[in-house]
Write a protein that binds this ligand. Structure first.
Ligand code: DAH
Length: 339
C-alpha cells in the first residue's frame, strides 16, 4: 500500500494536461467509481487496526491532492477556452496604477490657489539662505535671543550660510526686488535643527504671504485671513486673532480657527479649547520695510506664515508627522482620488 500511494502521488504531481478530455480521463482513472483511489480505500478497509492508523492520513491526503489538481486543471482549461473564444477587443485595457499626489502638495496647492484667486502671485527663494535674508533683515539682530526660536542648520565652513528656517526670507528677497504694490505668496521647504518626533520634523513646508501697499491696515489682514479660512475650512468658519510675538511684525498675532469641541478627537486636536492654531501673522515692522528699501513712511504691509504639514495633519487626521516623509505606498495610496 505504501508503494502504491507513493507511485500515485508522483503521477498526480507530474500530470499537467489542460485538455478537457485528458483531464476527465485522469479523473476517471484516479477518482472514478472503479478508479485507483477508491480501490485503495477498499484495500484500506481490510487492514488491521494499527496499519489503519498508519495509512489513514496519507490516503486522505492523496485523495485531496487528486481532487484539487483536477479542479485546478479544469479551471485552467475553461479560462483558456474563454479567452480564445470570447476575446473582447473593445474592452478597456488594464490601466497602470496612477501615481498619487502627496498630501502636503495637495494642501499647498489649495492654499496657493485660494490666494491666487485674489490677486497674489507666487514667488520662491533659495533653500540655502544667507544670514541677512533669513535673520538680520527680519529684525533678528546678531546674538538676539529671538534667533533661538528657530534652531538653525548652518552650512559647514561658512557661518553666513544656513538652511532657511522659515519662508519669511522670501519676503525680504521680494521686497528688495519689487516696488509696491506687492501681493505675493511663497510656498517652500524649511529646515530646523529639531529632534524628530510625532509632532515635529527637521524638514517641513511653509506658505508665506506678503502684502505691501499704501494704506494697508490690520483690518485688511484680518479680512484676508477670514477669506482664506472660509475658503479652506468651509464658509461658516470662525477665526480669532491672539496677540503674539515675531521680530519682523508689529503688532503680531496668531490666527486660530474654530474647530468644534464635540468629541474626543476634537478635544485632542484643540487641546480642549475648540480652537485650532493655524498661522502666525502681523503688520510688517517698519524697520523691515526700510531694511528692504521700501519707504516705511509711505507704505505699510501685512505678512503671514503657516506650516503645511500641520494643516495637512489636521485635515486628514494624520497622527504622526513622520508618515508624511516615509513615502510608504500604503499611506500615499489613500490620497488616490485627491487632486
Ligand atoms: N516665520 C514664522 C515662523 O516660522 C511664521 C510667521 C509669523 C510668518 C508671522 C510671518 C508672520 O510672515 O507675519 O514661525
Amino acid at each position: 500500500m505504501e508503494d502504491k500511494i507513493k507511485d500515485y502521488l508522483k503521477e498526480i504531481n507530474t500530470f499537467n494536461e489542460f485538455d478537457e478530455k485528458k483531464v476527465e480521463a485522469f479523473r476517471i482513472k484516479f477518482l472514478g467509481r472503479k478508479g485507483l483511489i477508491p480501490a485503495l480505500f477498499d484495500e484500506f478497509r481490510q487492514l488491521e487496526g494499527d496499519k489503519k492508523r498508519l495509512f489513514g492520513k496519507p490516503l486522505n491526503d492523496l485523495k485531496q491532492l487528486a481532487s484539487a489538481k483536477i479542479e485546478a486543471l479544469k479551471g485552467a482549461s475553461h479560462a483558456s477556452q474563454k479567452e480564445t473564444n470570447n476575446l473582447d477587443l473593445t474592452r478597456p485595457a488594464y490601466s497602470e496604477l496612477p501615481g498619487t499626489r502627496h498630501p502636503v502638495n495637495i494642501v499647498k496647492n489649495e492654499i496657493v490657489n485660494i490666494f491666487e484667486r485674489i490677486g497674489f502671485n507666487v514667488s520662491e527663494g533659495p533653500e540655502v539662505e544667507d544670514d541677512w535674508h533669513n535673520f538680520t533683515a527680519l529684525n533678528f539682530p546678531e546674538e538676539h535671543p529671538a534667533r533661538d526660536m528657530q534652531d538653525t542648520f548652518f552650512v559647514a565652513r561658512n557661518p553666513d550660510w544656513a538652511l532657511r528656517t522659515h519662508t519669511s526670507s522670501v519676503q525680504v528677497r521680494t521686497m528688495e526686488k519689487q516696488k509696491p504694490p506687492i501681493r505675493t505668496i511663497s510656498p517652500g521647504r524649511v529646515f530646523r535643527n529639531e529632534a524628530i518626533s510625532a509632532r515635529s520634523h527637521c524638514i517641513f513646508h511653509q506658505v508665506e504671504g506678503l502684502y505691501v501697499d499704501k494704506d494697508v491696515s490690520f483690518a485688511d489682514l484680518k479680512q484676508t485671513l477670514l477669506y482664506f479660512a472660509q475658503e479652506f475650512f468651509g464658509p461658516e468658519t470662525k477665526i480669532r486673532l491672539r496677540p503674539s510675538y515675531f521680530p519682523f511684525t508689529e503688532p503680531s498675532a496668531e490666527m486660530d480657527v474654530y474647530w468644534g469641541l464635540e468629541n474626543e478627537v476634537d478635544y485632542r486636536m484643540t487641546k480642549g479649547t475648540g480652537w485650532l492654531e493655524v498661522l502666525g501673522c502681523g503688520m510688517v515692522d517698519p524697520s523691515v520695510l526700510d531694511n528692504c528699501g521700501i519707504d516705511s513712511k509711505v507704505y505699510t504691509g501685512f505678512a503671514f506664515g503657516m506650516g503645511v504639514e500641520r494643516i495637512a495633519m489636521q485635515r486628514y487626521q494624520i497622527s504622526d508627522i513622520r508618515y508624511l516623509f516615509e513615502n510608504d505606498q500604503k499611506f500615499l495610496q489613500q490620497f488616490q482620488s485627491a487632486l
